[in-house]
Design a binder for this molecule. Structure first.
Ligand SMILES: *Cc1c(COP(=O)(O)O)cnc(C)c1O
Length: 423
């Protein structure tokens, strides 16, 4: 139960903050690794990881050190001048992901906006599309952020109702529907396909195994750019460096040679790119696309700042050095098999789906519509924090540093909670 202290802090947010979130009633004050603590000292497993921003675990020493050291040295220059951190980061990140160039931004939504601008400019200047006619194909159930343009092509009424007028130039097709994509790509003025390799916010919708590779191929055949939004799925979360890598079986030191995987034309990263300590996002592409943007045509005051550059290198090195990709793959498979065992003995949970350590259970709540929320409250009492997404779905996404022993304890908490739960 919440104490007075916690309740006061909740009331404070309620009174003075906009009501654009509906948090679980827990007030956190400290984090370390896979754990967070509330203001009354109760310890929890974090099974959300700030929507997969904290893949490397809370307050990772190496990332925190990079942040503090650089903050004391030089925090921000703007891009009006060069700084001595950005180039090194740009070399590191382009090399790691196998692209010619990177354009640094701060939030995921900004990076998606950047990718849209890049795709359109490329279409007009390289593909000869008539001005203002470019169309980008997107998917039903998409989540790409909260800007006015991005919510214009959301299909979730919560995201876009009464926020219009909407930006034109987008066409939504069903997710995981190759015939629909093929049809859409043949329409006039279609220049790109923007897609999440797994739809995170929509409820961890995991497409057919060959969806991404077929989509990649269809974009190539039809002269459209394949734009992967890996803000949530990227950087080890799904058991490969990128979710578009799929089951290529590359190990952590894979050189990411060009065209050896379902390589997007434009790759969008965010969230875990900083390990959650700082807003860092990035758009990667090769020269023939990236260089259509010339000086003065796009930018951001904070994008590519020295702290972001140092933090991102540390965050990516941590993923590599600590074998987080392999850990996510291995423990993800274990977690889903254990969930399936629990599901086989319970009628409260219908199914589990996901990849690596990005998973969700679908709760059977046809009666009240509140079961997933109440189950999350019960999980909280038992020491595990997770959040429902889209009604009856609960996402389970612990930091990728979680050990077999810890995840086993979490599975026991989930099992105990499900078995003792009364709707
Ligand atoms: C979280 C998310 C975004 C938006 O990132 P912000 O940093 O919140 O703007 C975009 N795309 C996907 C797939 C996301 O999960």
């Amino acid at each position: 139960m919440e104490t007075n202290r916690a309740n006061n802090l909740i009331e404070l947010e309620d009174k003075f903050g906009a009501h654009n979130y509906h948090p679980l009633p827990v007030v956190l004050t400290k984090g370390e690794g896979v754990f967070v603590w509330d203001v009354d000292g109760k310890k929890y497993f974090d099974f959300l990881s700030a929507y997969s921003a904290v893949n490397q675990g809370h307050c990772h020493p190496r990332i925190t050190k990079a942040l503090i050291d650089q903050a004391k040295t030089l925090a921000l220059t703007s891009r009006a001048f060069y700084n001595d951190c950005l180039g090194e980061y740009e070399k590191y990140v382009t090399n790691l992901f196998g692209f010619d160039k990177v354009l640094p931004m701060n939030t995921g939504a900004e990076a998606v906006e950047t990718a849209i601008k890049l795709c359109r400019k490329w279409a007009y200047e390289k593909k000869g599309i008539a001005e203002n006619q470019a169309v980008i194909v997107v998917c039903d159930g998409n989540f790409h952020g909260r800007t006015t343009t991005i919510i214009s092509f959301s299909t979730d009424p919560d995201s876009n109702k009464n926020f219009g007028p909407y930006a034109p130039g987008f066409l939504a097709i069903p997710y995981d529907d190759i015939p629909a994509l093929e049809k859409a790509l043949k329409l006039p003025n279609v220049v790109g396909f923007l897609v999440e390799p797994i739809q995170g916010e929509a409820g961890v919708y995991t497409p057919s195994d060959d969806f991404i590779s077929k989509a990649r191929l269809l974009c190539t055949e039809n002269g459209a750019l394949f734009i992967a939004d890996e803000v949530q799925t990227g950087i080890g979360r799904t058991g490969s460096l990128l979710a578009v890598c799929g089951n290529c079986n590359c190990e952590q030191n894979c050189e990411r040679q060009k065209n050896t995987y379902n390589r997007p034309d434009i790759l969008i990263l965010g969230k875990a790119l900083s390990g959650g300590v700082y807003p860092v996002s990035a758009v990667l592409a090769d020269d023939e696309i990236m260089l259509v943007i010339k000086p003065g045509q796009h930018g951001s005051t904070f994008g590519g700042n020295p702290i972001a550059a140092k933090v991102a290198i540390a965050a990516l090195e941590a993923v590599n050095d600590e074998n987080l990709i392999q850990n996510a793959r291995k423990l993800g498979a274990f977690f889903r098999s254990e969930m399936n065992r629990i599901i086989s003995k319970s009628d409260l949970v219908l199914k589990v789906r996901g990849k690596g350590l990005l998973n969700a259970i679908v709760v059977n709540d046809s009666e009240t519509g509140k079961t997933a929320w109440n189950l999350c409250l019960a999980l909280k009492e038992n020491g595990l924090l997770a959040k429902p997404t889209h009604g009856n779905i609960i996402r389970f996404a612990p930091p990728l540093i979680i050990t077999k022993e810890q995840i086993t304890e979490c599975i026991q908490i989930i099992e105990k909670t499900i078995n003792s739960f009364k709707k």
